[in-house]
Design a protein around this ligand. Sequence first.
Ligand code: ADP
Ligand code: MG
Length: 148
Amino acid sequence: MIRLIGPDTTAAAGASLARVLRPGDVVALAGDLGAGKTSFARGLIEALGFSGEVPSPSFPIVIPYAPPELSLPLWHVDLYRIDDPEEIEELGLDEARGDSALLIEWPERMGSMLWPDALRLTIERDGDDARRLTWQAPAAWEGRWPLR
Ligand code: ADP
Ligand code: MG
């Protein structure tokens, strides 16, 4: 567990993931509305080199990033508005994994379609001014998360 005190700390936690993220990785970012998922994503995407505004991808559901703006191809995905698993298949996430990293908000919407090798992060409120970051790191993430 990591305690995140203030939004900048959430972004810094996202930024730390940039050091170990590779194409083909899936990072599932769970948490309620307002937990801080997009703040974490912003920290990561900026640390990968993006210098513009990082919008929330609730609409459109997928925002793709690629070099040279970012050091690696990354899809920022927000499944909040998805209610039919078939819609998820149409997004082509499986194919995207072939060359891109995937950062997925509301991964709960994928149910058992979420890949077992995904790094599962959860952000929860911890009072008004802090959050708790917890995770389940499968073998694919051994030695990469949590960061030492
Ligand atoms: P989500 O994408 O999970 O809906 P956001 O990233 O949009 O959430 O963040 C919602 C709010 O939470 C923002 O106002 C953000 O500044 C705030 N926030 C993020 N992390 C923290 C933190 N560690 N402590 C306090 N507030 C935070
Ligand atoms: Mg969000």
